[in-house]
Design a binder for this molecule. Structure first.
Ligand code: LRH
Ligand code: MN
Ligand code: MN
Length: 429
């Protein structure tokens, strides 16, 4: 396996910080012990946690107004995999990449799987794309895709999703994530009921093509690109569609896809209650689907979401194995740095959620002791879990401080020399 960052560089960096890490880990261990928590047990759970990275997150995303490329950013799936390998090598929590088609189209998918494997990576959920027209495509998605009134367009969208399943089988995926931008921009533009009927009928044909061990993850989003109504706009539409399609259909929650101030942690609990929580797209949001870095705006919300996810882990229903993925657009930062920082933020919230004294929380809930229930969460949220994450990372071969080691490696400067420059233009969604 040829990994992009020198193993010696990581080892030297870790050696420099080994004594400090041992001291911090021991101090935190003593503090947690007083609360009856075994730090090694928490570290073990943290070491078992992982989140996928999106292939498209490796490039500068841009907005619909502009894209500001950076020197050395990847322009194809091969370069993207190399960058994702850097994130995994340093963080050790992102061993899988979620590809998007046709953005990541290649001629030989078995070779792509081997390429990923040689970089220490595997593939996660396959994402289909029926929200954009592609060169040479016979039907336009200007009338929608799975819900279009035009039969040939619906058929094209069905076939694209089935092709994604086939690609996914070649690269070792077992989930298909379907997000459609279908909807309307004007009142009266479409019959809202019939539009959903067409979506359900077309989606059921995709569902019928799923292999036995596959899942179809339905991703809802309130608006954009449709600004009056969206076919799968919220968790309600999503769960109804998933229930109608069948047991292999689950719902996927993207943190940026809700109305402002919506209680997303409650949505998590609701979807889990009905065995339909299938996956997560992590990012942060101030206004809408901003795709900002996870935990950069509202880390407390991220913690509360993980609190529900840990409750769900403890009370699994219907084969609970959520597909976790980062889904961000990096407009002003080096995407590798953003994903390293986000992976850390996400894992931190998971670790904090593991620290919640569940017996105390449930006891306070039963006793209607609101303040103690709240303080039980607050106590866990306030712990600085950095030494647990660093210890787990270093023991897995990653870097004590992933960002510092990354800067020190000069990987970005090397790629700026080696790779072709990226063109200007508007970004992706
Ligand atoms: C839609 C979305 C969805 C797409 C990705 C590029 O806003 O979140 O997951 O596949 O962005
Ligand atoms: Mn998403
Ligand atoms: Mn989105």
């Amino acid at each position: 396996m040829t990994l992009p960052i020198s193993g010696d560089l990581i080892a030297d960096h870790n050696d420099q910080h080994a004594a400090a890490l041992d001291e911090d880990y021991a101090a935190l261990g003593r503090q947690l012990e007083r609360r009856g928590i075994d730090i090694d047990a928490i570290k073990h759970r943290v070491a078992g946690f992982s989140v996928a990275v999106p292939s498209w997150g490796a490039g500068r995303g841009g907005t619909r107004f502009a894209k500001f490329p950076i020197a050395g950013e990847p322009t194809n799936i091969h370069e993207k995999l190399e960058d994702c390998a850097v994130i995994q090598q340093l963080s050790r929590v992102t061993p899988r990449v979620s590809p998007h088609f046709p953005w990541d189209k290649v001629s030989d998918y078995r070779a792509l799987r081997e390429e990923a494997d040689s970089l220490g990576l595997a593939f996660d959920a396959v994402n289909s794309n029926t929200f954009q027209d592609q060169p040479g495509q016979p039907q336009s998605y200007s009338t929608g895709s799975l819900s279009s009134t035009i039969e040939a367009t619906r058929q094209q969208a069905i076939e694209h999703n089935i092709e994604c399943i086939e690609i996914g089988q070649a690269i070792g995926s077992t989930d298909l994530t379907v997000w459609v931008g279908d909807g309307t921009n004007f009142p009266g533009q479409q019959d809202l009921g019939k539009q959903l009927d067409r979506y359900l009928e077309a989606a059921s044909q995709v569902y019928a093509a799923l292999p036995d061990d596959w899942r179809m993850l339905l991703e809802h989003k309130m608006f954009e690109p449709a600004f009056y109504s969206t076919v799968i706009s919220d968790w309600g539409s999503s769960i109804l569609a998933a229930q109608e399609l069948g047991p292999k259909a689950k719902c996927l929650v993207d943190l940026g896809h809700h109305a402002p101030n919506v209680n997303i942690e409650q949505i998590v609990a609701r979807l889990h209650r009905f065995g339909k929580l299938g996956g997560f797209h992590f990012n942060d949001s101030k206004y809408g689907d901003d795709d900002l870095d996870s935990g950069s705006i509202n880390p407390h919300q991220l913690f509360l979401v993980f609190n529900e996810l840990v409750e769900a882990e403890l009370n699994p229903r219907d084969d609970f194995r959520p597909a976790y993925m980062i889904d961000q657009s990096h407009n002003v930062t080096d995407p590798i740095e953003s994903m390293l920082s986000s992976a850390e933020a996400i894992t931190s919230c998971y670790a904090k959620a593991l620290l919640v004294d569940r017996d105390a929380l449930h006891g306070a809930q039963e006793a209607n002791d609101t303040m103690i229930a709240f303080q039980t969460l607050r106590r866990a949220y306030n712990v600085d879990v950095a030494p647990i994450l660093a210890k787990a990372r270093v023991e897995a071969g990653g870097a004590y401080d992933a960002l510092v080691a990354y800067r020190y490696s000069q990987y970005s400067a090397r790629k700026a020399q080696e790779r072709a420059a990226v063109g200007l233009g508007a970004g992706i969604v």
